[in-house]
Design a protein around this ligand. Structure first.
Ligand code: FAD
Length: 476
């Protein structure tokens, strides 16, 4: 009898774990338990009757690096090659990104011009920030907030405007609370190894690659900045499910794990609402807080560490307009917290992915992101906030910041509670204590997903691949 592996949580991390478990030479018996009615977790796409696609979660995946290459390899193996929508390097959505600050949109500087001359909203040429980084001594703290790190190396303006906005765009988080070591490990290591971030990035840019495919080679040749899928990101989850079912992986929706029990005879008991499942190994692809709720009492030290990994809520408002044009074309704009804490930014979806406009080919589709680390102070309890208030706020932002007066022809409001984990200061120590606990207790439990070592879709898939690699090594 092959061993049984139970994967808990049917988001992209759990599905990717099943994929890597199922494609091995001697696969274990695999079952996936998902609490909700559907698979995919935050990968959520609405497809309308007129062929439009609206993303409520991730909308673009980066192709670069080992993790990006590996994801494209998986996409090829799933037969999705023909559905990939690339954004090549010379596309406006790759070249133009904006900041909304001081009541105006500013294109983020690129090339020599931005380096040598002051380009608003920056009051000084960015060259001076680079010089500062080259001259400043290396930090000595084991961790630092993203804000403190960037302030120390590049100066206050870069920290206040650029990095504050970047952290809101990537983590919906506050750069004053987020950890440089865990959120931007490449920058942290560059400084530690070479004293200067720029020097470290320049000298340490040995290009590692994952499993190559025709897609990843094309992505490199065409300098893709990101890609999506014709049917939206949710079709990645659907393709994974279609790959897994014929390979004997049992996919169970409506199956929330209530409690995890370690049986003295050497296996797990997974207590569900009306049944119990036994497994030799559990792969948790749950958010850290959800796992803490189901752990047995003996694992309380682990549960305590997991509860210290917070997550913020984001309201995602999709808007569609007809008969208008955007004042600028690009990926979208971010808003620093000093300008408007409640509004994280606006993505110009129809610029990057016009294929998702459906029959309304000339539509403008936007996504307004609200809340994040500022959700409660701006809108109150995410479980109780009125969608109408969020829609009003999103429309007002589009009017003020993009000058679009007409009402949208279509709007969808989603409130995603605790959707983006926050790697706050000292996160690396929490991860170390968690790993130590699992090793010391010799628990056959793997933790994967956005709560630990990266929130992007690529990072989630990579965490699943790495954990399954270790697990298969132990099982065989
Ligand atoms: C609004 C938004 C925009 C984003 N944009 C991007 C982007 O453009 N690019 C990018 O790369 N990344 C983006 N991300 C990040 C990325 O999408 C997520 O980090 C990733 O999808 C998380 O996947 P996961 O499988 O780890 O977790 P989840 O998607 O949270 O999956 C966990 C699953 O566990 C289930 N579950 C919970 N409790 C239980 C239980 N007790 N028993 C069984 N199942 C349970 C849940 O129902 C859920 O399906 C975005 C995220 C959000 C929220």
């Amino acid at each position: 009898m092959p061993p049984t592996v139970a994967v808990v949580g049917g988001g992209i991390s759990g599905l990717a774990a099943c994929y890597h478990l199922a494609r091995g030479a001697r696969p274990p018996k695999v079952l996936l338990l998902e609490a909700g009615a559907r698979l995919g977790g935050w990968l959520q796409s609405t497809r309308t009757a007129d062929g439009a696609v609206f993303e409520h979660g991730p909308r673009g995946i980066r192709p670069g690096g080992v993790v990006g290459t590996d994801t494209l390899h998986m996409v090829s193996e799933l037969g999705l090659e023909g559905d990939v929508l690339p954004v090549p390097g010379d596309h406006p959505a790759s070249r133009n990104r904006f900041l909304y600050t001081g009541g105006a949109l500013h294109k983020l500087p690129s090339g020599l011009q931005g380096l040598l001359w002051p380009v608003p909203p920056f009051s000084r040429a960015l060259l001076w920030s680079g010089v500062r980084d080259l001259l400043a001594p290396a930090g000595t703290e084991p961790d630092e907030s993203v804000y403190a790190f960037v302030h120390r190396r590049f100066g206050q303006e870069v920290a206040d405007i650029a990095v504050d906005s970047l952290c809101r765009g990537v983590f919906a988080g506050d750069c004053r609370a987020l950890s440089i070591r865990s959120c931007f490990p490449t920058l942290f290591k560059a400084e530690r190894h070479r004293r200067s971030v720029l020097l470290g990035l320049a000298l340490g840019s040995r290009k590692e690659r994952g499993a190559e495919s025709r897609l990843s080679q094309r992505a490199r040749a065409e300098h893709w900045s990101q890609w999506s899928l014709r049917g939206g990101m949710e079709s990645l989850a659907e393709a994974l499910a279609a790959f897994l079912r014929p390979r004997g992986v049992e996919l169970h929706c409506h199956a929330p794990l209530r409690r995890l029990r370690w049986h003295p005879s050497g296996h797990w008991q997974l207590i569900l609402a009306d049944s119990t499942v036994t497994a030799d190994h559990v792969v948790s692809a749950l958010p850290a807080a959800a796992l803490a709720e189901v752990l047995p009492a003996e694992a309380e030290p682990l549960a305590q560490e997991l509860r210290r990994i917070p997550a913020v809520s984001v309201a995602v408002v999709n808007l569609q307009y007809e008969g208008i044009t955007l004042p600028v074309t690009g990926f979208g704009h971010l808003v620093p917290s000093s300008e408007d804490a409640s509004l994280l930014g606006i993505v110009y979806d129809s610029v990057a992915f016009p294929q998702h406009n459906g029959t309304g080919a000339s539509s403008v589709r936007l996504t307004v992101m609200l809340g994040g680390a500022w959700f409660r102070q701006s809108f109150g309890d995410p479980a109780a906030v009125a969608p109408a208030l969020l829609l009003q706020r999103a429309q007002a932002a589009v009017r003020e910041q993009l000058g679009l007066e007409p009402a949208p022809t279509r709007s969808i409001v989603k409130v995603h509670q605790a959707c983006i984990p926050q790697y706050t200061l000292g996160h690396w120590q929490r991860i170390e204590r968690i790993s130590r606990f699992l090793a010391e207790q010799q628990l056959p439990l793997s933790l994967i997903g956005a709560s630990y070592t990266g929130v992007s879709v690529n990072d989630c898939i990579a965490s699943a691949k790495a954990a399954v690699g270790r697990l298969l090594g132990q099982l065989h």
